[in-house]
Ligand binder design. Sequence first.
Ligand code: GLA
Length: 393
Amino acid sequence: MKSIYFFLTVCFLSASTIYAQKFENLALTPPMGWNSWNTFECEGVNETVIREMADALVEKGMKDVGYEYIVIDDCWQIGRDENGYIIVDKEKFPSGIKVLADYVHSKGLKFGIYSDAGTMTCARRPGSKGFEYKDAETYAKWGVDYLKYDWCFTEGQDAKSSYKLMRDALYKAGRPIVFSMCEWGENKPWEWAENVGHLWRTTLDIDMNGRYDGNVNGNLFGWSDLVDMQVGLEKYAGPGHWNDPDMLAVGNNDMPINEARAHFSMWAMLAAPLMAGNDLRNMSFSDQEILTNEELIAINQDALGKQGFKIVDLGNFEVWQKPLSNGDMAICLFNREIKNTKYQVNWSQMNIKDFSGAYTIKNLWQNKVIGTTDTNFLIEVPARDVVVFRLTK
Ligand code: GLA
């Protein structure tokens, strides 16, 4: 009798632990791609938009510099069938999701989708609660490569167990899927989610209209405020597990070029996922140039996977550092004033971590080597703009 109990216990334990892991070796650098929410929200998303965005990502040179995932956010789902399987909104996606995923794959890109840990998504479409294994099985069948998993309508749910449940369901379904947790930082996922997700939101939403600071109704934040919320989180990020300060708002609502450059640079410094959210089909040339700046993307995608941190804080003027492979480092001067600011660069007094000897300095937005760190200099940083240096030995 005893041995039967022992046998049953072993069976139970192995069944419950066998899937208790996330897919390893995914998102070894911060994910890059495009997501539908910031421009199309619920109303505007449909299969034509997604196809055209996949086309544009390739045509505008974004795929060539590393953008990879095309992610449908909320509003592709409409109900459940009698067996509990998710039903696609046929008005928006008449060809079905599998056909769309195949199309995205045919362009050499990867395909992402969205759901929610609660009973409903934030736009009140069906959530995955109680259907996690069925949904994960469906995603794997469709060829999904990335799942953004939201946190609306989760009253009474425990965040850790809800996200672990979907992680396990994805693992059981057997297709490697990047798990993008969108719990807005409410339960400090950076403290417990390293083995659950590949990235986790650290904040509420970025204002999709590209606002610089402040917030709308307490839940849509200007991007520069989101930067402040990342301070201190750097130790939790690394290959395969990233802090996510939300998607890019570059190109949304005519964000001024200086702010777009600063926003993109700070996301690069933060090793943040680079998920564009603008209409790629008709973006301005300057937005395209910003989003495809290879020097900045190299900072973001550096294999060391370190998140940048603030080393100087003068109120409205900050200096940030991001350690890079081979002892290189990125230094970003961020002027938050609405006027140009002069700053005395004094290399030995900027609290640069692990700074030793002389480095060559490249100004990345000017694409120009400007000297070495043997020389200090005065520099003017334009209003709400950045100067980013790459220091190389
Ligand atoms: C939440 C998320 C957003 C977006 C919407 C969709 O607000 O934080 O990023 O996915 O839901 O409804």
